[in-house]
Design a protein around this ligand. Structure first.
Ligand code: ATP
Ligand code: MG
Length: 293
């Protein structure tokens, strides 16, 4: 009997593309096994899709079904009911929104212009002259869309003055970047992000009294070299470029930078000045990203 076969499939809950939508939703707790049975019966009766039958029974929402489909096709994102991370991470919470679409367009441009399999072209610093222009927002969300594309992605919080990535991703304890630079840890300080299997985030760690001096240590270059061997894409968040030399030091080590400008906030002359300073230090300017929210 079909129903029994299907219910056994739910109980077995295999992983990967072989899983049915019912399996996935039962495993994630969004549907009880009994309700899954009801959906299967309705599906047989109506000769419809599982999702349509569940909608007809009002047991699932369209979002629940989209979530299950993403798992079935190995496209990682988070259910909006999961409030364990910041809603600013739109690429994971609302991948099909306009913002998600824009981020994927930026990803495509960066793939064309910079990232490739050459270890010398795997690291990119995101810089901007002023505070609050959206470097952390763009860095976090870009790292997510790269990981969703299947790239092994590392996001480094290089803003040792006003770190935010640990808050956005609500990360647990880690020695962080400052711990690595002080020789107290290695790349294992980069943490997994539940639900985004190809992404790791290295938080800034404890705020050091001497960020600039720490970033200038050979340990930073060694870290980026090791990261380029283990990851396909490494994105670094930085402090405001006009205020400190940190961003310049980070971008020099990374070899490349993209400049974030925020509509109605960034001052063009400051962005131009920062671009010139970076070019003078031999940094490849991959492009500018207009943060238009
Ligand atoms: N495109 C956007 N859509 C919605 N909110 C945004 C966008 N860009 C930035 N923000 C919001 O603006 C605020 C400042 O952004 P963010 O922290 O990313 O800036 P920053 O350049 O990293 O600032 P800082 O100088 O403090 O490091 C945050 O609350 C962020 O969520
Ligand atoms: Mg920031």
């Amino acid at each position: 009997m079909n129903t029994i076969t299907d219910s056994m499939a739910i109980a077995a809950a295999p992983t990967g593309a072989a899983r049915s939508i019912g399996d996935i939703l039962v495993a994630s707790g969004q549907l009880s096994a009994d309700d899954a049975q009801r959906v299967l019966q309705r599906q047989q009766q109506d000769k419809s899709q599982f999702g349509d039958a569940a909608l007809a029974l009002k047991l699932l929402t369209k979002d629940d079904i989209a979530f299950a489909l993403s798992k079935q096709f190995d496209y990682s994102y988070w259910s909006e009911q999961d409030t364990s991370r910041s809603p600013e991470l739109v690429a994971a919470y609302k991948p099909f929104s306009k913002a998600g679409e824009n981020l994927r367009a930026v990803r495509s441009q960066l793939m064309l212009r910079w990232f490739n399999t050459d270890p010398a072209r795997k690291v990119l610093a995101l810089v901007s002259p002023g505070k609050g222009e959206g470097r952390s927002f763009i860095a976090a969300n870009l790292a997510i869309v790269f990981s969703q594309q299947g790239e092994r992605t590392l996001l480094i919080d290089g803003n040792l003055r006003h770190a935010r990535q640990h808050e956005l991703f609500m990360l647990g304890k880690s020695a962080g970047l400052s711990g690595i630079l002080a020789d107290r840890a290695g790349l294992e300080a980069a943490l997994d992000v539940p639900g985004l299997p190809r992404l790791k985030v290295l938080p800034a760690g404890a705020v050091p009294p001497n960020p600039q001096e720490l970033l200038g240590r050979p340990a930073f270059g060694a870290l980026l070299k090791a990261a380029a061997e283990q990851f396909d894409v490494v994105i670094i968040d930085t402090p405001a470029g006009s205020d400190f030399a940190d961003a310049e030091i980070i971008a020099s080590c990374a070899g490349a930078a993209a400049i974030v400008t925020r509509k109605n906030k960034s001052l063009l002359p400051n962005a131009t000045l920062l671009a010139r300073r970076l070019q003078d230090s031999g940094v490849v300017l991959v492009g500018s990203i207009l943060n238009d929210d």
